[in-house]
Design a protein around this ligand. Structure first.
Ligand SMILES: Nc1ncnc2c1ncn2[C@@H]1O[C@H](COP(=O)(O)OP(=O)(O)OP(=O)(O)O)[C@@H](O)[C@H]1O
Ligand SMILES: [Mg+2]
Length: 249
């Protein structure tokens, strides 16, 4: 955690696309704000801008998302309230397509981490929604995060991807934040899912649920419209587990 503040940075990251990263990021931000009364910022680092679309009042990025990293822009000037009380947002837009190249050219490995440090007086929890892949951006994210949440769809392929990230981190050395794998889109009727879960009984799980799918039409975190659903409860439970881990750091 950043020195002298209560700020903790939670990255939702995976090598793989479409595993539930944005779904996690939005719902964990909700749990942070509502269940833990944390001053919460959701930072969308994905040029697809799905989290931004979900939680932003005004559509259409102004192509300013990348400038935060290249220029001496005041980070705080890009923060805006989201549509959900208690969650602030740094929006993504298509300018982030150039982010990997920019980070590469900048050559500053901790650029994102330094920007986050500047926010320590205003926020307790920053949630990072990341694009998939092992890129310059994910490298920045892995350096900036206090904990890395990795959604894993129960299948041998997904677990292999998780292993690849772990191996990469060991090879590159220099230490890294703890990684918390979480089973995503779990369907216990499927034997493959049940078998995978039995191998890692300690991992938290989020069920495959239509209440989660509905986030796209409601444009809200699940807690706003189905707080008592099993999926919402699992996100609340996952958030508690994250808080516990952070308390031990
Ligand atoms: N638990 C769930 N139950 C049902 N549908 C889900 C669940 N989690 C995610 N989805 C759906 O799966 C799709 C992919 O989820 P999401 O966008 O969160 O993944 P992602 O990892 O952020 O993808 P990308 O790599 O493209 O950013 C979305 O349509 C989402 O609504
Ligand atoms: Mg996403």
């Amino acid at each position: 955690m950043s020195k002298g503040t209560n700020l903790a940075t939670i990255a939702v990251y995976s090598l793989k696309g479409g595993v539930g990263k944005t779904t996690f990021a939005v719902n964990l931000a909700w749990a942070s704000a509502r269940n833990s009364s944390r001053r919460t910022l959701l930072w969308d680092l994905d040029p697809q801008a799905a989290a931004t679309w979900m939680l932003s009042a005004n559509n259409g990025g102004r192509d300013e998302a990348q400038a935060i990293f290249s220029k001496d822009v005041n980070v705080e000037s890009l923060i805006r309230p989201s549509t959900v009380a208690g969650i602030d947002l740094i929006a993504a837009d298509t300018s982030l397509r150039g982010l990997d190249r920019l980070f590469f050219e900048l050559g500053k490995k901790k650029r994102l981490a330094r920007l986050i440090e500047q926010l320590g007086k205003n926020y307790d929890r920053i949630i990072l929604d990341c694009p998939p892949g092992l890129t310059e951006t994910s490298e920045q994210v892995l350096r900036a995060a206090d904990i890395v949440i990795v959604p894993v769809i129960p299948s041998p392929l997904s677990e292999r991807a998780l292993g690849e990230v772990a191996r990469y981190l060991v090879q590159r050395g220099g230490g890294h934040a703890p990684i918390l794998p979480v089973y995503s889109m779990v369907d216990r009727r499927r034997r493959l899912h049940r078998t995978a879960i039995e191998e890692n009984p300690g991992w938290p799980t989020v069920p495959m649920a239509s209440a989660v799918e509905m986030m796209a039409s409601k444009r809200q975190p699940i807690g706003e419209y189905a707080v008592t659903s099993p999926a919402a409860k699992q996100f609340a439970f996952l958030w508690q587990a994250i808080e516990k881990r952070l308390a031990k750091l």
